[in-house]
Write a protein that binds this ligand. Structure first.
Ligand code: NAD
Length: 260
């Protein structure tokens, strides 16, 4: 018996086999869920389809989350091909590279709007279009980062977008709770992915993380996926509106030093 037997999952945000979304998709599959994937069109044939095939998934749909029609089209197809939805994973974000370096005060209006649109509003758009398909007990999971809570060098506008995303989680949890739908975020410690490479100073921060995090190791996509499986499962049936840290305890430190 798998923990997620009989559940249908749709995962947004696979770019390659290093993506957090991919770690989660694979783990959901291993625990018994039927998994569909959505990603930006340019990545679909070369990157996403082969990964989908490796977990027996045939539902692979393009979607730029800035486009409401594209979002709707994914869920229309899901409804026609699969039907009910029990697990929705939102593991995507974007900001201009220029806005992930230098001073936050220099963030342009357009850069701010773009980061907030792709990284925060998209959760609202996905939740809204998913709604007709979500079954009681369904779980929505998104990915956030500590830069939402405290200032992290270079994270800049993405920290503001993640703060908005975490607020969206709480508002959506209240909206969708009466229908039995839960909404939570995982705040992951630094993971080496394509998106992370766009953040100035990431390599240095990644390198020193394991020296100061209480559990003294870096975070893997499997670590994040384990918590996603739990949140997706009925074991977390009374958990909603939460931000769960998967960061080896880093966020509890006042002044992060190797002495603790
Ligand atoms: P990734 O590069 O593998 O994934 C980012 C995804 O966002 C890609 O698949 C990309 O195609 C997608 N995306 C960007 N713009 C999009 C758009 N307009 N429409 C649809 N998709 C779009 O990197 P990742 O680190 O796995 O990122 C997944 C999530 O995890 C992000 O929300 C990220 O902020 C979050 N996160 C990452 C870390 C980390 O250290 N890597 C830590 C905490 C949280």
């Amino acid at each position: 018996m798998g923990l997620l037997d009989g559940k249908n999952a749709l995962v947004f945000g696979v770019a390659n086999d290093h993506s957090i979304a991919w770690g989660i998709a694979r783990a959901l599959h291993e625990h018994g869920a039927r998994v569909g994937l959505s990603s930006v069109e340019s990545l679909l044939e070369k990157r996403v389809r082969p990964l989908a095939a490796s977990i027996g998934s045939t539902f692979v749909e393009p979607c730029d989350v800035r486009d409401d029609d594209a979002v709707r089209a994914v869920f229309d197809r899901w409804g026609a091909e699969v039907g009910g939805l029990d697990i929705l994973v939102h593991a995507l974000a974007f900001a201009n590279r220029d806005d992930l370096d230098g001073a936050f005060v220099e963030t342009s209006r357009a850069g701010f709007a773009l980061a907030l649109d792709v990284s925060a509003y998209s959760l609202v758009a996905l939740a809204r279009e998913a709604r007709p398909h979500l079954r009681p007990g369904a779980s929505i999971v998104t990915l956030t980062y500590y830069g939402a809570e405290k200032v992290v060098a270079h994270y800049n506008v993405m920290g503001v977008a993640k703060a908005a995303l975490e607020a969206c989680v709480r508002y959506l949890a209240v909206d969708l709770g009466p229908a039995g739908v839960r909404v939570n975020a995982i705040s992951a410690g630094p993971v080496r992915t394509l998106a992370a490479q766009g953040i100035a100073g990431f390599r240095t921060m990644y390198g020193s993380f394991r020296d100061v995090a209480p559990l003294r190791s870096n975070i893997t996509i499997e670590d994040v996926a384990g918590t996603a499986v739990w949140l997706a499962s009925d074991l977390a049936r009374q958990v909603t509106g939460e931000v769960v840290h998967v960061d080896g305890g880093f966020n509890v430190l006042g002044v992060p030093t190797p002495e603790g």
